[in-house]
Design a protein around this ligand. Structure first.
Ligand SMILES: [Zn+2]
Length: 122
């Protein structure tokens, strides 16, 4: 396997827990109040070093969305998804934004989020 070119991020960022490839700046977090099957998920304005999968329609708690899964460009593990289209007017702000599943990524301080961990904010 050849070396994959990855973009470097400066500052506090979230990265792949398997290979430490940087994905997104803490400053680009739009919301931390999302949930996925395995706990918390964060909504980001911008995510780098990912490849996208096939478009698919998914029914979520907030309605129907067209999404694509996103994968780490270095190790290929799935790390979240991107919203292509939101069909509910109130959800339009999510279009073009990215979800990183918290347990899939390492935090700015190197912290890992455990699936079973309960968050004090909730
Ligand atoms: Zn990776």
């Amino acid at each position: 396997m050849g070396r994959v070119f990855t973009i470097t991020l400066e500052g506090n960022f979230y990265s792949c827990k398997h290979c430490q490839t940087p994905f997104a700046l803490a400053d680009d977090i739009v919301s931390k109040s999302f949930h996925c099957r395995y706990g918390k998920a964060y909504l980001f304005d911008n995510v780098v070093n990912v490849t996208v999968g096939e478009k698919e329609n998914r029914m979520m708690i907030t309605g129907l969305h067209t999404v694509v899964d996103i994968f780490c460009v270095t190790c290929g593990s799935i790390v979240g998804w991107k919203y292509e289209t939101a069909y509910d007017k109130s959800q339009k702000y999510k279009e073009g934004k990215f979800i990183l599943e918290r347990y899939k990524v390492m935090g700015p301080d190197g912290s890992l989020y455990l699936v079973a961990q309960e968050d004090a904010e909730e």
